[in-house]
Design a protein around this ligand. Structure first.
Ligand code: AMP
Length: 130
């Protein structure tokens, strides 16, 4: 069920609980600004989620309110994690679902890194006409 991105940040969301180490994750990277871990339901040989440490609901929230240092740190972390995962040479796909139409399910900003196989079109073509 997609989230309502207009609601304030709710620190009971699953990624907030991972950040507080209340529930485990398969961590691949952590620094001052970001945490990266394997998606629990991988859609590709490499499927890693990168989340900012700050309390941001979505890409919209983060891009509007995060500091320059948080934004730079987060973007650098995404690139670093992809390189460390070994997909920079073969290519990878980034995805940040936002709100209802974006089908965002967890109300803490996360960027998906998908890699390790060939991807085709970005989204199903029938979506263009609907
Ligand atoms: P999104 O639709 O972009 O909000 O995707 C949420 C993603 O979080 C999905 O790919 C889930 O498989 C993933 N996910 C949900 N709970 C966990 C968890 N506890 N650990 C790792 N990934 C999770």
């Amino acid at each position: 069920m997609p989230i309502d991105p207009t609601l304030p940040y709710d620190d009971t969301n699953i990624f907030a609980r991972i950040l507080r180490a209340e529930i485990p994750c398969r961590k691949v990277y952590e620094d001052d600004h970001a945490l990266a871990f394997h998606d629990i339901n991988p859609q590709a040989p490499v499927h890693i989620l990168v989340i900012p440490k700050g309390a941001y609901v979505s890409w919209d929230d983060f891009s509007a309110k995060a500091s320059d240092a948080e934004i730079a740190g987060f973007i650098r972390a995404v690139g670093h994690v992809a390189r460390e995962a070994g997909v920079a040479a073969t290519g990878y796909r980034l995805m940040a679902n936002m709100g209802g139409h974006g089908h965002q399910e967890v109300a803490h900003l996360h960027v998906h890194i998908f890699g390790g196989r060939q991807f085709r079109e970005m989204i199903p073509r029938e979506a263009v006409s609907s």
